[in-house]
Design a protein. Structure first.
Length: 400
């Protein structure tokens, strides 16, 4: 046997051993996501950043199934570089999943119903322990027979370790419609918020006199953005313009001039498109209030949004008054008080306009609820109240 042949056999065995153990390494935590490496969900990035930092033997599997929809033609490589620049702990943790080869992990985790459903067959067969966050959206619908059927199965699996929810409405729906131990439902109101990137970027000297800049900030999911209340926002704006108020309207999200009808004076509206989190301060430091009149069950039967929307959280952090609808009455349980740290809109155009005009005419009152909103955001969406409970929960499961 030649020395070269002997060397090639040894080399092959070493490589096989290396790749076998690399591919079959057992992790403490594997996170599955369909949007990463896109960076436009700061709350997602911030949570994952800390999970993989504090649970070191971990990785994030990126399926890329939602990447193209939101990428604006950005490449995976560019998006990845942009993401890890802001969230360096994600470097070396991101793995692009082009073909399914299973997960060798002590605990599997994902956000949203759709992402769990994509892995349900594997979880069912492998018995891998799992937990997930059931946010509004992502395919989760109230009173949908198919969704309910799948959730019944998910909650009954022996390897199901719990579900994190951020809305009282979600918790109440689960408790009322499924057989599940109450101690398996972990309510953490709100979403993780990365205020560290904004600590020195808030304009505390913002003037509330002169021209009032009114913000709308949301993702357009349907024609006219009706689920987010864009049509209602435009109706309010037209009334304020007609009444002669010194106002303009700043719009962040995938809306543009084509979303305005021919009767609308476009000179009052400024469309910024989708922004990354490092671009928010330039706009939000100049605006004074955000109107978010989103409605449940419009996008699809059973669909609903969180309260307040993540866009309103960041607007509040930058000292904007929050003018919000709350059809599912989340504010009653979460300490959001109408007239103190936000203004509640009831969905009636005249009533909503009258409430907004009261604040336009009383700028000190507007500034006061904006400052109170900021304090509420700083507390409820803090590292202490968002990230630490998640870390403690995961470590408890891993140690059990």
């Amino acid at each position: 046997m030649s020395l070269f042949y002997f060397y090639s056999i040894i080399k092959k065995k070493i490589l096989n051993y290396f790749f076998y153990h690399l591919l079959n390494r057992k992790y403490d935590l594997i996170i599955f996501d369909n949007i990463l490496p896109l960076s436009f969900s700061p709350w997602r990035n911030f949570e994952f950043e800390w999970l993989v930092k504090l649970i070191d033997n971990s990785k994030i599997v990126c399926s890329l199934t939602g990447f193209k929809k939101f990428s604006n033609e950005a490449t995976i490589s560019h998006s990845r570089n942009e993401l890890v620049e802001g969230y360096p702990n994600l470097h070396r943790k991101l793995h692009m999943k082009r073909l399914f080869n299973g997960y060798n992990t002590k605990l599997f985790y994902c956000l949203f119903y759709d992402n769990l459903l994509a892995n349900l067959s594997f979880l069912r067969k492998s018995k891998t322990p799992f937990i997930f966050t059931l946010y509004p959206g992502g395919g989760f619908l109230f009173n949908n027979p198919i969704v309910d059927k799948n959730l019944h199965e998910i909650f009954s699996l022996s390897n199901f370790k719990g579900v994190i929810v951020n809305q009282y409405a979600t918790r109440n729906y689960i408790e009322s419609n499924f057989t599940i131990k109450k101690e398996s439902i972990f309510l953490i109101p709100g979403v993780p918020f990365n205020d560290t990137v904004y600590l020195d970027k808030v304009n505390f000297l913002k003037e509330f006199s002169g021209k009032l800049k009114i913000l709308f900030m949301a993702q357009k999911n349907m024609a006219g953005g009706k689920d987010k209340g864009f049509d209602f926002f435009i109706s309010i704006s037209k009334i304020l313009i007609r009444k002669g108020y010194d106002v303009c309207f700043e719009i962040i999200g995938n809306f543009d001039e084509s979303d305005l009808d021919s009767q609308t004076d476009q000179s009052y509206y400024f469309f910024h498109g989708r922004l990354n989190e490092d671009q928010f301060p330039a706009v939000l430091n100049e605006t004074h209030m955000i109107i978010s009149p989103n409605k449940p069950f419009v996008l699809k039967p059973g669909s609903f949004d969180g309260f307040p929307l993540g866009t309103c959280v960041i607007a509040g952090y930058f000292i904007n008054g929050l003018f919000l609808t709350d059809f599912l009455e989340e504010s009653h349980s979460t300490g959001w008080i109408d007239g103190y740290n936000f203004c509640k809109l009831d969905g009636d155009l005249d009533n909503s306009c009258n409430k907004i005009i009261l604040y336009i005419n009383n700028r000190e009152k507007l500034k006061k609820i904006a400052l109170n909103a900021r304090e509420k955001v700083k507390n409820d969406y803090s590292f202490r109240n968002q990230i630490i409970p998640r870390i403690e929960l995961f470590k408890t499961i891993l140690l059990s």
